[in-house]
Design a protein around this ligand. Sequence first.
Ligand code: FAD
Length: 499
Amino acid sequence: MAERSNRRPIWELIVGRAYVDGDPDRCAAWGRRTFGEDRHVAAVVRPGSAKEVASVMAAASEFGIPVHPVSRGANWGMGSRAPFEDGAVVLDLSRLDGISDYDADLGIVRIEPGVTFAALAGFLAGHDSEYFISEIGGSPDASVMANSLDRGDGVMADRWATLSDLEVVLADGRRVTTGFSALGADRLKGVMAGAVGPIADGLFSQSNLGIVVGARVRLARMPDDLAIVSARIDGIETLKRTLVAWRRMQGRGAIPDRSVTLWNGVKYLARDNVRSAYEEEEIRRAETDVWYLSAYLVAESPEILQLRANGVLRGLLETGARADGAIVRVGGVWQEGCEGLIGKPSPRNLRTVYWSSETIPGFAEMDPDRDRCGLLWLCLAFPFDENLLAAFAERAQVILRPFGIDLNIGVEAESFRCLLSYFSLSYGREGPESDAMAEEAYRALLAEAERHGLAPYRLANGLPKSTSSGMTDLDAYLSEIRRIGDPAGILSRGRSGIA
Ligand SMILES: Cc1cc2nc3c(=O)[nH]c(=O)nc-3n(C[C@H](O)[C@H](O)[C@H](O)COP(=O)(O)OP(=O)(O)OC[C@H]3O[C@@H](n4cnc5c(N)ncnc54)[C@H](O)[C@@H]3O)c2cc1C
């Protein structure tokens, strides 16, 4: 470890003394997570340009120092800001926060990794843009780039599908560009991902094959006319009927992809208060007997929107759900009280991170790593099959109970074929035993998923993607590719199973 710390002068030469932090307390804070043991961080290095990132990586490769990139580090439940290996250097990319090359007509913008959802939303508001950045349920201070690379989800947006023209620094310090930018086709930068040849962008998503220092984002167009429909669903049989109606309406185009959010009752309760504020019976009921759905609907005119909203409302009411709806934007103008319903990042769902804590702090004071919140996520994909989802939810409740973990699940539909779920495993953190128990619960749920032919679509750093310890053919191939750009094996070793 001492030898690694002694590399500090090299980082200082590259990024400047003010941007290298080796303070033990602050480094310890960077190594904290909401599950598992803390990691030892040797230093936090803050480059100010892509060139400096490349120089840091070339030096780290030469000396064999493990590096873990962090764009903003709002990754609670998914590994936080902590590196994979003790003694690693954290590369804090927050100073790379440029927003440039905004095309107001085509809705394309170039961003760097330090650009937050709040910053990009503010930029677009400042330009009176017709476009918006689809927000996440997580922190407004999370990075648009990191979330997109992680294939995150947001209101009516497949974030990964909106990213292209990646500017990448490889672990050995080399730089590559993808998409039309790679061909020097300046007029085509960002218009779509597919320049001639393989779409190489995917290599840098959920991977450890490079650090992305710039990219183009295709922004979502703010709908002129927007409606919201919400429903409360009581009982698992009503849930199944609702899922059937939802799939049918999404398949026909009445409901756009990724516009519906379904939460079980626990997720809803957790946004209001900590678990100790509720009766045990209410929590049990909220696990699988109470569900909440909300959907955004769009149309090319207010008249069509009204018809569509009425149809969707009828479809939901017929299932036995209690549903309601409202037109929230007409002709590009928000209805009173509905301003910024989409496109305005909000921290309100962060309250759910404190479900197993004693109190929920104000947003400005929140630091789930410091506050020792116990949280890990399991993100499972499902076919759009009402019976499978309902049966799995009931089974998950039974599996989690012995671990003292409440079923907390959210679901959205990538398309009428595929549901994306996220299970938040929240637990009281009373020492290493509780961490071990939570990871056992994760593995038990993962094993159950595998028995049903399911798998994760997104992974918390440090947790396995499968219960099998073997390498797939693809893992082996990706590891070979990794060795080309990362011969010293220094970049986030093991991320997504890429050794
Ligand atoms: C209550 C709650 C609700 C949430 N709701 C949502 C939601 O609705 N939708 C959603 O998608 N997520 C959601 N999340 C997850 C979380 O907010 C995101 O994963 C968040 O974007 C991660 O933080 P970050 O952007 O700062 O990424 P970081 O912590 O900076 O990075 C995340 C990962 O990407 C890697 N990485 C970062 N930058 C780069 C780079 N430039 N090049 C290569 N690799 C990089 C890091 O090494 C790390 O593994 C939620 C989380 C919470 C706690």
